[in-house]
Design a binder for this molecule. Structure first.
Ligand SMILES: *[C@@H]1O[C@H](CO)[C@@H](O)[C@H](O)[C@H]1NC(C)=O
Ligand SMILES: *[C@@H]1O[C@H](CO)[C@@H](O)[C@H](O)[C@H]1NC(C)=O
Ligand SMILES: *[C@@H]1O[C@H](CO)[C@@H](O)[C@H](O)[C@H]1NC(C)=O
Length: 844
């Protein structure tokens, strides 16, 4: 037993707070968890050099070089890895994916793949339903809006998308199509069609705002063209002319888009009551809703006695002499049903033929929808497998909202290492990525993205390779990738300041290896395309650095042992200090973090990484021997059992300084004083041992990564325990933590409800189902049991997720282990969308 002899080092909470931002002065104390392996080793050598010599001059040189060296360490965290970029430069080389719905955080918006794109977006409200003092203006996907349902029903990630939004009395269908051509990324058309949900509401009014603006400090021109500019209204009555106060078009120019024209078209002139416009400036795109609201006026038409909530036209401050708008809005208020088409045309596109609207639009959209469904069936075979139309539509909508939720972001993260006193900015980067949730997490998350791309790569390999390329290009010189990407002011505005900073000792499970495995397993250089081979070759040096980062920075004291950094060892309030970087947040680990703990899940992730590195080395004709060796070493069942199998509890487990008995108690306070927060009280002395009182997702990782021999007795035990309803098994899938674990469903602090301590998560359930499927096809004594479990687990998961979708309109972040109810945030068409691969039984 290693580590047992080591004295754990305790530091008070206040000490840690003081120590952390400072440069480490000596190498042998303070929180190890915040120290990166490589720099720690070299840092301590420097220190020793400085103290060994006694001569004054030598000491002076030592001090100077110490400062130089510190300066060097401070810059490492935000220095990019010096290797070729993997992503091809953003350009018009991807005409089909140049424009898209790349703003997942708004209900509907369009954007191009550029650092400072032209942004388009939609807002709406119902004038007759507006509450006193609030219009309930819709813009950002917001759970507080309580929409019954919204999401892409069809979206192919390239040519088109169709979304349905159900908002109380109305249903909006927002669709778009792109059309390549010209030298600047081509054209697109967006259509917003609003229907009443009940017959009685025909004739009620709805107001749509469609805006254009320039992303973060984008330079360009937007020139509003009014309808009235081109018509003679002298013969019209007031009711008639109110219809023509809006925009017919916006003419614009940016460096990347050249000259363009955006025109507005209403399907049925009869239903229009009023149009208007706003032309003004905004400091940043996250302020467009405020700017629009402050541009609204209640206007009363004296002649008709009609009152309209209306945009005020051109609004510029007195100081603003140029009156150059960067925010232009067209408003249309009309009677239901109402339809608006917005046509973006690039001036460099000369022979486009008929404008993409009306019947031309209908015809092309029909064709895309038909092709989409044919392709979907050819990829996932849900019809062939006998799923009902309703179930197929559910699966199509799930995948479409994942693919339709792909965004394009640009900006820089804030990062910090132990060597930085303050957070420092990362370099500016573009990121093309899917997002976990359009409402709650509309930005990139590293470990989620691997799961997303298990699905996306089945649909469109090119998109997945492009997404991974962007993520790998975020790697710094240490081989580290910041795990949450909050890029640009729109994304930044939605994240509380304290969560913005990313620390470089915190990794995240390297789930892209799952994707690479799925995409390239059992392929040779002969059966992949030249383009894909080129991309793998470009990726390789970055994969090497990434692997090394995990292998060195997260290493434990003994070969084969690893542990997640960043657990707060001095935290007094946490029942069990979180390991956020593991992705499993509050999943219980050893109660007392130490530098000798061993995390089973991490070891298994690294085993997967080694296996995939070896296979990619093979495909690209490189020497992959050491990765193959590493895989054999980490998957050696005897070593695995020695380091992680508890013979007492008969389960796989973490190892560390652990107490089975801790609780949260409120310290006594004097009468009249505010109640202090509860703190942790440890009731049983911790010892160095397996964390085998706990059974849950982490215990399953040797199964999940398919590291166990088919005839392993431990596999038999695990499969036996899997079906036990007192442990993880429910009718709705596997719960994250067994009911018998001490921290099952326990709060981590009084303010922190349980997260990975009971609820059912779909990403891990998918991986377990995949592994069961694997053990059901390889020969061995546990084959039959694996088959039975596989079938039952798959059925439970699918039927519950579909049922909850039909009941609530949404796919959810997690599901209750008590009754299967969707919970957490919604829509969560991130990894919960893996239900699609369960339906199609795709486990490559
Ligand atoms: C204008 O519209 C209002 C309300 O729809 C109607 O009462 C009025 O008669 C109309 N005026 C004319 C001149 O058509
Ligand atoms: C893939 O390759 C592995 C090892 O190279 C082999 O055992 C397995 O049967 C192959 N699977 C398929 C589906 O070809
Ligand atoms: C991982 O790190 C260990 C040292 O901790 C080293 O011996 C091994 O070669 C590394 N593995 C690879 C594949 O680089």
């Amino acid at each position: 037993m290693t580590g047992g002899s080591k004295k754990p080092h305790f530091v008070g909470a206040s000490d840690i707070k003081k120590n952390r931002p400072k440069v480490l002065k000596t190498s042998d104390h303070s929180s190890h968890s915040h120290n990166v392996g490589v720099s720690k080793a070299s840092g301590s050598k420097k220190q020793r050099n400085g103290s060994v010599y006694t001569g004054l001059g030598v000491a002076a040189i030592g001090i100077v070089s110490w400062f130089v060296y510190q300066g060097y360490l401070e810059t490492r965290v935000n220095s990019p890895l010096r290797e070729n970029k993997v992503a091809f430069p953003t350009s018009h080389d991807f005409p089909e994916r140049y424009w898209g719905s790349f703003r997942p955080g708004v209900y509907f918006g369009m954007k191009s793949r550029e650092a400072h794109s032209l942004l388009a977006g939609l807002m709406w409200f119902m004038p007759d339903m507006a509450a006193a003092g609030s219009l309930n203006l819709r813009h950002l996907c917001d759970q507080g809006d309580n929409l019954e349902q919204y999401g892409w029903r069809e979206h192919d990630g390239r040519n088109f998308g169709v979304q349905v939004i159900i908002d109380k009395f109305i249903q909006l269908e927002t669709s778009f199509m792109t059309k390549p051509g010209g030298n600047h990324g081509g054209d697109w058309t967006a259509r917003i069609h609003v229907e009443p949900r009940m017959k009685e509401l025909v004739g009620q009014q709805v107001t749509l705002f469609f805006y254009l603006t320039l992303d973060d400090n984008g330079k360009g021109l937007l020139q509003p063209i009014r309808i009235l500019d081109n018509m003679d209204t002298s013969g019209m009555d007031a009711n008639e002319s109110a219809k023509f106060l809006g925009l017919s078009a916006v003419h614009g120019h940016t460096e990347n888009l050249g000259d363009f024209r955006v025109s507005f078209h209403h399907a049925n002139q009869q239903s229009i009551v009023h149009t208007a416009f706003l032309s003004t400036t905004v400091a940043s795109p996250h302020l467009v809703k405020d700017a629009l609201e402050s541009g609204l006026r209640l206007m009363e038409d004296k002649r008709t006695q009609q009152r309209h909530i209306s945009l005020a036209g051109a609004l510029f401050s007195k100081e603003d002499k140029l009156k150059q708008p960067n925010f232009v809005v067209h408003q249309v208020t009309g009677k239901l049903p109402l339809q608006l088409e917005v046509v973006y045309e690039s001036n460099s596109f000369v022979e486009r033929g008929a404008m993409l609207r009306g019947e031309v639009y209908d015809t092309l959209l029909q064709k895309y929808r038909k092709d989409f469904r044919v392709k979907f069936e050819s990829k996932f075979h849900l019809n062939e497998k006998g799923f009902s139309d309703e179930e197929q539509n559910f699966a199509i909508a799930a995948m479409s909202n994942l693919v339709g939720g792909i965004g394009y972001f640009y900006g820089s993260s804030k990062v910090q290492s132990v060597h930085n006193k303050e957070p420092v900015p990362y370099w500016n980067v573009p990121l093309y990525t899917a997002v976990p949730s359009r409402s709650f997490f509309p930005r990139g998350f590293l470990w989620d993205e691997g799961f997303h791309n298990l699905i996306i790569s089945q649909w469109d390999r090119e998109i997945s390779l492009d997404i991974m390329a962007h993520w790998f290009d975020l790697m710094n010189v240490e081989g580290w990738i910041p795990r949450e990407q909050i890029l640009g002011s729109e994304a930044r505005a939605r994240v509380p300041e304290e969560f913005v900073v990313q620390r470089n000792d915190q990794g995240n499970p390297p789930t892209f290896f799952l994707v690479l495995d799925a995409m390239f397993k059992n392929r040779t250089v002969r059966d992949i395309s030249t383009l894909e081979l080129e991309q793998l070759n470009r990726m390789w040096p970055r994969l090497v650095s990434w692997y090394n980062w995990f292998n060195t920075s997260l290493h434990g004291p003994e070969p084969g042992t690893y542990y997640w950094r960043g657990r707060a060892s001095a935290s007094a309030r946490e029942l069990n200090p979180k390991s956020l970087s593991s992705g499993l947040d509050d999943y219980p680990r050893a109660s007392h973090p130490t530098p000798y703990e061993r995390h089973l899940d991490l070891r298994c992730w690294i085993a997967l990484a080694a296996k995939v590195m070896a296979s990619i080395a093979d495909i690209t004709g490189r020497e992959g021997h050491k990765y193959h060796e590493a895989f054999l070493f980490l998957s050696d069942n005897e070593l695995l059992n020695a380091q992680h199998w508890s013979e007492t509890a008969k389960r796989y487990a973490d190892f560390g300084l652990h107490s089975s008995s801790a609780t949260l108690q409120r310290p006594k306070s004097n009468p009249g004083q505010p109640k202090p927060d509860k703190i942790r009280v440890v009731l049983e002395e911790p010892t160095a041992r397996f964390v085998d009182d706990t059974f849950g997702y982490v215990s399953l990782f040797p199964l999940i990564m398919e590291l166990l021999h088919p005839d392993s007795p431990q596999l038999g035990q695990l499969l036996h325990d899997l079906r036990n309803p007192n442990l993880l098994w429910t009718k709705y899938g596997l719960r994250s933590l067994s009911k018998t674990s001490p921290l099952y469903n326990k709060r981590n602090t009084e303010h922190d409800p349980p997260y990975w301590r009971g609820p059912i998560w779909i990403n891990i359930n998918y991986l377990v189902a995949r592994a069961l499927h694997h053990y059901s096809v390889v020969e061995g004594p546990h084959q039959t049991r694996a088959t039975l479990l596989y079938n039952e687990l798959r059925e439970n998961l699918i039927s519950n997720i579909v049922r909850e979708y039909q009941k609530t309109g949404y796919i959810w972040e997690q599901y209750s282990d008590a009754n299967g109810a969707g919970q957490g945030c919604r829509p969560f068409t991130g990894w919960s969308t893996l239900v699609l691969l369960l339906m199609s039984e795709t486990y490559v």
